[in-house]
Design a protein around this ligand. Sequence first.
Ligand SMILES: Nc1ncnc2c1ncn2[C@@H]1O[C@H](COP(=O)(O)OP(=O)(O)O)[C@@H](O)[C@H]1O
Ligand SMILES: [Mg+2]
Length: 273
Amino acid sequence: MQTAAAPVDRYEETIYHEKLGPDGPLVVIENFNLWYGQAQALYDVTLNLQKGLVTALIGPSGCGKSTLLRSLNRMNDLIDGLRVAGGVRFDGQDIFARDLDVIGLRKRMGMVFQKPNPFPMSIAENVTYPLKVDGVRDRSLLEAIMEKALRGAALWDEVKDRLKESALGLSGGQQQRLCIARAIAADPDVLLMDEPCSALDPVATAKIEELMEELSGRYTIVIVTHNMQQAARVSHNTAFMYLGRLIEYGETLKIFTTPKGDRTKEYVTGRFG
Ligand SMILES: Nc1ncnc2c1ncn2[C@@H]1O[C@H](COP(=O)(O)OP(=O)(O)O)[C@@H](O)[C@H]1O
Ligand SMILES: [Mg+2]
């Protein structure tokens, strides 16, 4: 029902007070809409991803979290009938510009998926493969980058004596850290993580969460998670989505302790989802 007060309530509910990073936003999403064929999956999503901070995307299944995440590095491009409106700027550049180098964009925005997906190669080759594809041939350079990436992903000590063994022999948690190492070997600015711990046990999950804390600052991280405790633990800012809309976005502590909207309140306290 439209009353005089309604617009004000709505405004109060969606007012955004995200925690600001020292360098401001790296990704600016403005009135972003997305359709899969006739079905609209995202409606007027507007939010800034602060450089060097961790942003969590939460909300019930099907609300558009993965769709939004995959839009950021244009992983959705291959889907037939996909259409977008509104904008996403990354480091000031329109990511949907005609002349944009999509491969270059994906290099700057690494992705880690729900299920660890190491290549059927050795541990070392998993990390160096993308560099080799890129034409890096210098052995000592490849080795240096590999070690740095494995150290960065908190995996080096566990694998340094078995670098030539198959990556498929690693535990799930190790495989996921290997995928993170592979992503950071390309020296990205952003890490997009879609429920990276949902296939892992609590110990492996704790390691990834610890790692995310170490990686923030150097990288701008976006994590989709179903796990409220995880969002509360790892992120600086949290965006709550519902039915394709961004309902509330703000400093994580505030979203979890004093959410503005009823819907957000119900979700973060576990009353629906
Ligand atoms: N490739 C696709 N083709 C058509 N519809 C899709 C596709 N991927 C997701 N959707 C639809 O878009 C909506 C949002 O999905 P998704 O982004 O996967 O949500 P979430 O990650 O929050 O669970 C859902 O209704 C889903 O069915
Ligand atoms: Mg999803």
